[in-house]
Structure formats: C-alpha cells, structure tokens
Write a protein that binds this ligand. Structure first.
Ligand SMILES: [Zn+2]
Length: 273
C-alpha cells in the first residue's frame, strides 16, 4: 500500500497532541492515526506525559463515572451497540440541561405563536438543532473531545452519530410542541424541512468555519430570511409556503452533497494536501 509511505508531518502531530488542530486536517490526521501504528507511536512519544495522563483522567471521569446512565441503557435496549451508546450518551445534546433548554424554548415559542404570530414557532424550531450542532462540536464544551486526544477514532462516523442525536431529540420535542398549535394544520410542521436544511448547511460549513461560527452564520441567515419575508405568504412568511419549502429542501440536499464529498475526502486522507 503506497499510502503507508506517507506519514504525518511533525507540526501536524504536535498540534493534534495539543488539541489545536481543526477540521478537515483534524479528520485526515485522525484517519491516518487510526491506520498507522508508526504515527501513533510518534504521537505518544511527542505528547507531554502529564498531558496524556490528564487526558486519560478526564476521559475516565467523563465516560466511567456515571455507570450506564438512563439514556445509555435505553439506547442499548433499543439495539444500539454498547460503545456507540456510550459515545452518544456522553454527547452534550443528550444531557438533561440541554433537553430542558430545548423544551422550554419550544414552550415559549408556542406560547408566543398562539398569542402573537405563528411564525415565531416556525422560525425558532429550526434554530434548535443548529444550536445543538454548535454545542456538540465545539471543543470547549465537549467531554468526548478528550477521546480524540487519547484514542483516535473515526470522527466522521461520530459526526453523523451526533448529528442524528441532535436532530432526533429536537425533532421529537418540536413535534410534541406542534400539538400546541392545532389551528395551523399542516403549516404547523413548516419547521421540519428548515430544521433539516439548516443542520445540514451548518455541518457543511463546519469544516471551513468551525462549529460555532458556522452555526451563528447559518442561524443569522435564517433569521434574516424569515424577517425579510414576513407577511409574504400564508403562515406569515414565505419559507413556509410550498415554494419556500422546496427551496429549503434543495438547500438541504446541497449541504448533504457537500457532506458526502467531505466524507470521500476523509476516506482518502491524502486528498487534503
Ligand atoms: Zn504514519
């Protein structure tokens, strides 16, 4: 295999050890580390022993302290593999504080939708998974980030797993909140396609901009779109009429396409340089 001839540059390896490497270099580096024992040894030798030890301590505390929590047990019972369940359960979006924040935001939005304009709910619900993505992939708030310090894993798979965790929790909660808007009929589900599209676009931009900036820009773009088209259609705003929904579906498909291309690049790490 000719790819084995190539090894990670010292600088990249050092930045990986320090935790300062960002996607897509982070992903290609991890893909190489997962496949190359020689570079793993170099990483272990280059890393400060205290840093590695501290990483293990933090990881141990994060992963082992709450011996299978309710979320993890539920996932395992639902047929999710044990190590996947543990990774998912350690994801910030499955924490109670996040779920409470999402639920109370939706309750407030549904209340405002009933009191003032239904568009409030339709505009706020798609922002929740975008916030979840920023929360899940921002290094500073991510406990599983430690895993990447001590044990390189297939990050693209983790990215998709977390994306599913984010979208499924916000979708279930938003669907439940939709029941508070019985007068709107099908229009009340107008948040679903925007949520999917905004999440995919955030993920697509993440490789270039980082999770937080990508989420902020996509969120701002959405707010500008909704406010600039207020009063343009039924449901108050044109993203929620059929043509707008179709455009959002296309934008989401574009984001998915970019993600798929990133995945191919990730599978063949040498494309990056
Ligand atoms: Zn190597």
């Amino acid at each position: 295999m000719t790819a084995a001839e190539w090894h990670l540059p010292d600088g990249e390896l050092r930045r990986y050890g320090e935790g300062t490497l960002v996607p897509p270099e982070l992903w290609s580096t991890e893909a190489h580390l997962a496949a190359c024992a020689y570079c793993r040894e170099r990483l272990a030798a280059a890393a400060e022993p205290q840093m590695t030890a501290a990483g293990w301590v933090r990881l141990d505390a994060e992963l082992d302290a709450p011996v299978p929590g309710p979320v993890e047990r539920l996932l395992v019972r639902a047929g999710v593999a044990e190590h996947t369940a543990r990774l998912l359960a350690a994801t910030p979006v499955l924490r109670l504080s996040w779920l409470v924040a999402v639920a109370s935001t939706l309750a407030l939005a549904a209340l405002l939708a009933n009191l003032a304009d239904p568009v409030v709910f339709l505009a706020v619900a798609p922002l929740l998974p975008v916030g979840g993505v920023a929360l899940s992939f921002g290094h500073r708030v991510d406990p599983t980030y430690e895993i990447t310090v001590v044990a390189p894993i297939h990050t693209f798979r983790l990215l998709l797993l977390r994306c599913v965790a984010v979208l499924s929790t916000t979708t279930v909660l938003s669907a439940a909140a939709t029941l508070a808007l019985p007068d709107l009929g099908l229009t009340a589900l107008g948040w679903f396609l925007p949520a999917l599209a905004l999440t995919l676009l955030t993920l697509a931009f993440m490789a270039r901009l980082g999770p937080v900036l990508a989420a902020v820009l996509v969120g701002l773009g959405w707010v500008v779109l909704v406010t600039s088209t207020l009063g343009a259609g039924s449901g108050g705003s044109s993203p929620f009429v059929p043509v707008g929904q179709l455009a959002l579906a296309l934008a989401g498909a574009l984001g998915a396409l970019v993600l798929a291309r990133m995945h191919r690049a990730f599978e063949t790490p040498r494309r990056f340089r």
